[in-house]
Design a binder for this molecule. Structure first.
Ligand SMILES: [Zn+2]
Length: 84
């Protein structure tokens, strides 16, 4: 069973993807495109950060069993330190 902290990470990740989804939905060919694009990029990085945090927790804490953990963690980067 995944621990509470893992569930918080998951929540974070889910939220981040929703924000990203909205940011991408706001993209259009108007004059604000560049700004909207940069905003979408920022939210995309948030997604990848929260995803990395989730996978990192799984790796360190090993509280999630019976998932495709090994497949997921090999894809994540191990260069660590996102600061904060
Ligand atoms: Zn855990």
């Amino acid at each position: 069973m995944a621990c509470k902290e893992w569930q918080l990470h998951l929540e974070d990740y889910r939220l981040a993807t929703r924000v990203y989804d909205l940011a991408v939905a706001a993209l259009n060919s108007g004059p604000e495109f560049k700004r909207a694009w940069e905003n979408a990029e920022k939210t995309r990085q948030d997604c990848s950060r929260s995803r990395a945090a989730l996978l990192h927790h799984e790796h360190e804490h090993a509280c999630v069993k019976g998932t495709e953990r090994s497949a997921a963690t090999t894809a994540s980067d191990t260069k660590g330190h996102s600061g904060g």
